[in-house]
Ligand binder design. Sequence first.
Ligand code: ADP
Ligand code: ASP
Ligand code: MG
Length: 385
Amino acid sequence: MIVVQKFGGTSLKGSERLREVAKWVVKNKNEGNRMIVIVSAPGGMTDSLINEAKEVNTNPKGRELDMLLSVGEQISAALLAMGIKELGEKAVSFNASQLQLKTDGEHNNAKILNISPEKILENLNNDYIVIVTGFQGVDNEGNITTLGRGGSDTSAVAIGAAVNANKVEIYTDVDGVYTSDPRIIKNAKKIKNISFDEMIEMADKGSKVLHCRSVELASKYEIPIHLRSAFTWEEGTWIKKEKTMENSVVRGISNINNLANLKVNFKNMDELVERLEENHINVKSLQQLENSKFSILIEKEEALRFYKVLKKDGYSLEINDNLGMISVIGLGIGSNNIPIKLTKILNLNDISIDSITSNQTSVSYVISQNKLNNANAIFHRELFE
Ligand code: ADP
Ligand code: ASP
Ligand code: MG
């Protein structure tokens, strides 16, 4: 059986943790499995590299940022290989360049195009435990790219698909997917099974427990993901194709922090799109208010940057940079009375709503950033407790 195991940053931070992970991987190998291990950078390293970059450049991005950030994963890969060798097993680490893990050229947010599995399979056949740096790839010119924050989950699923793995296990610092972030909601409940569609929506709406594209890929290739703890090693949550067995409609709550809304006049949509593209702005949602007035929801840091550019160019605009989004997720939620119930709950609790959007699998409210945790707690009490 080919098993892919991915370990996140907290699970690999420090030599004690690295030794624990090495032991676990070797144990799994000794049970008769062929092991591929995908690693993230040690916990906190990617953030601190970004902060270092900001000390020398106001807006670090592109190729050089990828050169810098890819270092973290390489440290984990080499150290884990050494830890495994110490236990008497054969191990070899590879970075994306050595494996020719091909992505497009969109630095800082690249998409995987192709993984040739030969080198990995050859090493597995020679009895090696193969360790691969997550989060990184190479473009057609050989430049190092990265897949966006949290992207090593996606590396794991993509490699799992390329080698036709029997299992993809994602190990992290919580023991499963919960009804809401268990660090914020103490009464959050562990979910045993969740469908791909629901998990995609949870991730897309801000649950950072899994990188959204990893679940999209798992869904495309029908590879179940087992998300579990690298601390207790207990059974976690299965993300898989089937509709969930539990029969409640609502599955979970997700949040996106630090959003901003810009209201600005453009001649037309084309002008707006052009300005967004040239400034590399990712839009969360967009509404045309009147003829030439647009309301754009963007991550706060990007919004402030965009605001400055537009102000300098003489546009008249308003900004509200104290917003967040809370979403409730569940299959079919958009077509029952839950959105109405949730709207009433926010009104009753004096939480004013900036905007509402919904689809088949979620309903989302943009509200004040400082009310986000409160809304989360209230929704959780109403829906799950
Ligand atoms: P890793 O470094 O292992 O990839 P992450 O920090 O990316 O770990 O993801 C794990 C974190 O996701 C948890 O520590 C938890 O705070 C957060 N999280 C957010 N939403 C949820 C949720 N619904 N269920 C479980 N964890 C969640
Ligand atoms: N190290 C990268 C990050 O912190 C990738 C990952 O953890 O998945 O975003
Ligand atoms: Mg992660």
